[in-house]
Write a protein that binds this ligand. Structure first.
Ligand SMILES: [Zn+2]
Length: 447
């Protein structure tokens, strides 16, 4: 049996237990004890005196396949960003470029303390996302993007040829991926249906997805109410906005994950709250693409489960939960002229336990409790930018960054320690990722 003993830590449990000073024992993939003075035969003993343990961050909306074109779609409006950059480049991906895009994403995610993700893959090669998640040992749910409806508004032009799939093809391919990957590697990898958005999804496909998600007890992950123009086109096409339309089709509920919801109105927030539908807040992407600022405090007030995600590297340009937490807090204070909204502890909940809840995984991850999976991050706050501090939640949300990440443990395995990846050669991997990026962008004519 493999075991890891972490001694003398300050543990932010993100449960009713609050902050505790204690040792923590991991056996295999789980936390088995939390109390003082634990003595065991563990071969691995980490002295965490002066350090802080938090649950690994859960990012509920990322696109692993986009990281190879970080920096190649800056300062563009969302619909142009999609039409001129994201769709053509995603359509040009092959298995290898998709794989290394996902590898690079996982390196950045793990290095900055994210231990679990929900990935919206590309239409093709989503297999490569799953393989990279498996190889890099991150936890998460992934799904291929589904796009069976090609009648897009004029400003979006036509979907690239590689993206046109029939309803049957889209469902068939999703099911093949589900059968291959769902519950792989000690249930670390799971499948999640991912219709890309309402404008590219037929009603029939959405209904079939709902019934399959129920049958296989997994969720549905989709973009909703991100951009005002896009939402107006949805209203013209379907008679109502994304939130109302998905509710009418019966998709609302704790298994539905809606990325963005920037333009959710009072009635929409009411639907989200009443049905237990999850909102995936991506503040950096919403600001960079000038989509707007989501009414997150109003959602939280009404009891909506809000979590966070970095979205894609080309619209962020990082995949770092520290950045998302800081921005999620600051933009609402500035917008509402009220420094008391989005307090630090609440913001850390968005990035941990709320993300786990959105994924239906809160019985396993998202807080530090005996019996839960050992997905942990040890932070070293003894850095020039993060001492002194009084409130540890505020220190993490307002002062800390990825430089504070000392150790990352996923499923009971140490993946990152003392600034170094434990299972891969970082230099070599980065060189491969850069070469694949160059190959992909040359193929699309951007380089
Ligand atoms: Zn997205």
């Amino acid at each position: 049996m493999e075991s890891i003993l972490i001694k003398n830590a300050k543990i932010l449990t993100m449960s009713d237990q609050g902050v505790v000073d204690s040792d923590l024992l991991i056996e295999n993939d789980r936390i088995v004890r939390m109390d003082s003075g634990i003595q065991t035969e563990s071969k691995i003993v980490i002295n965490a005196a002066g350090k802080v343990i938090i649950p690994g961050f859960v990012q509920t909306h990322v696109h692993l396949c986009q990281t190879l074109f970080r920096g190649f779609a800056d300062d563009m409006e969302l619909l142009d960003w999609l039409r001129l950059r994201t769709w053509p480049i995603e359509a040009a991906h092959d298995y290898d470029s998709t794989y290394y895009s996902a590898v690079l994403s996982c390196m950045e995610l793990i290095r900055s303390g994210t231990t679990c993700i929900a990935d919206m893959g590309s239409i093709q090669n989503a297999d490569a996302d799953a393989q990279a998640m498996l190889d890099m040992r991150i936890r998460g749910k992934f799904g291929k993007a589904m796009t069976d409806f090609g009648t897009l508004p004029p400003e979006l032009g036509k979907l690239p040829g590689a993206f046109s799939e029939t309803t049957e093809e889209s469902i068939h391919e999703s099911m093949a991926l589900l059968e291959k990957w769902h519950h792989q590697d000690n249930n670390r990898i799971q499948y999640l249906f991912a219709p890309r958005g309402i404008l590219s999804s037929s009603e029939q496909m959405l209904l079939e997805v709902k019934s399959l998600a129920d049958e296989y007890q997994t969720g549905v992950h989709i973009h909703a109410c991100e951009n005002r123009t896009e939402m107006q086109r949805v209203i013209e096409q379907r008679g109502m906005n994304e939130i109302q339309y998905l509710d009418k089709l019966g998709l609302s509920g704790p298994d539905l994950m809606l990325a963005h919801c920037v333009w959710a109105g009072e009635d929409d927030i009411h639907v989200l709250a009443q049905t237990g539908t999850n909102v995936l807040h991506c503040p950096s992407a919403n600001l960079k693409l000038a989509s707007g600022i989501a009414p997150i405090p109003a959602m939280i007030r009404q009891g909506v489960n809000v979590s966070i995600g970095a979205d894609g590297a080309p619209c962020n340009n990082n995949l770092d939960a520290f950045i998302e937490m800081r921005i999620a807090a600051l933009i609402q204070k500035g917008r509402l002229l009220d420094p008391t909204v989005m307090p630090a502890k609440k913001v850390l909940e968005l990035a941990t336990i709320n993300g786990a809840r959105a994924l239906g995984m809160d019985a396993e991850i998202g807080s530090i409790e005996v019996g839960k999976k050992a997905d942990l991050v040890i932070l070293d706050l003894f850095k020039p930018h993060s001492i002194p501090y009084s409130d540890v939640y505020a220190a993490i949300v307002y002062s800390c960054g990825r430089e504070n990440v000392d150790t990352v443990i996923i499923d009971g395995k140490i993946l990152f320690e003392a600034g170094t990846f434990q299972r891969i050669d970082q230099e070599e991997m980065l060189r491969k990722c850069q070469a694949e990026s160059r190959r992909l962008l040359t193929k699309t004519g951007i380089l």
